[in-house]
Design a protein around this ligand. Sequence first.
Ligand SMILES: C[S@@+](CC[C@H](N)C(=O)[O-])C[C@H]1O[C@@H](n2cnc3c(N)ncnc32)[C@H](O)[C@@H]1O
Length: 247
Amino acid sequence: MGINPSMGYYSFRDAAGLQGLHRIARDWRMTHMDRKWLVSHLRSHLSMRNFVIIGNKATTTPMFSLEDIPGTSGRLDILCRCVTAAFVLSHGIRKDVCVYLVLLGGEIPKTVRLDGETLRHLNPDERTTAALLKKALAVSATPDWASSTSGIFVRTGGLANVLADLKGARMLCLREDGADIRSVAGCDISGDVAFILGDHMGIAPKEWTVIEQAGAVVVSIGPVSLHADHCIVLMNWMMDTNWLLAI
Ligand SMILES: C[S@@+](CC[C@H](N)C(=O)[O-])C[C@H]1O[C@@H](n2cnc3c(N)ncnc32)[C@H](O)[C@@H]1O
């Protein structure tokens, strides 16, 4: 929480990331050096980790069974595990993570967004996550985000819309045959970053076109094909430990 003498209280995250931080520094009439120090020290706390997971056959309706998630939802179970991997810590939820589930199994695509800052009711088990998604899919969706339970939003639209929203972030698309993530020049993932992953079916040609147009770099985290949720655990670990900067 920050305090501005003329404007009262406001949180750094509410201040819209780095730009907001610069604004706060200006409002406080900080010297140039102090401002540089503040921005460089808080930068890592403001950056967002975005995970975009493509559900090739994932349902866009709530008409699936919590008793048989894999068999009735177009493999929403895979996306639920990705949500767990992205957010769930031993004792809490990662607040600097945002997950976009791109659901392509309906007549028109839908996207569900889960925002760590306000996300509530998420437990480590798949069924609870699927129940939250079921509620989100019951909300009437339009091209604008509609709110479901706390921290979960839904809208119509697919990958192109999501990548347009994320155009300020460093975009990395994970693919087994991509360039070794360690060798990607300037692989500094300390600012806002968006990782794009496929489900059990990978990424279809139509989505590839969108990904290429968005300028994403295609990277591999090893020669073995892993589950998408395991990739997310590894990416979180790499960023937690600044592993890519250390090599
Ligand atoms: C289970 S894999 C998809 C396998 C699928 N049969 C295919 O042919 O693409 C799920 C996703 O995890 C990511 N992934 C898996 N292993 C990876 C690796 N070694 N490097 C980078 N991404 C990987 C990719 O985004 C992939 O689409």
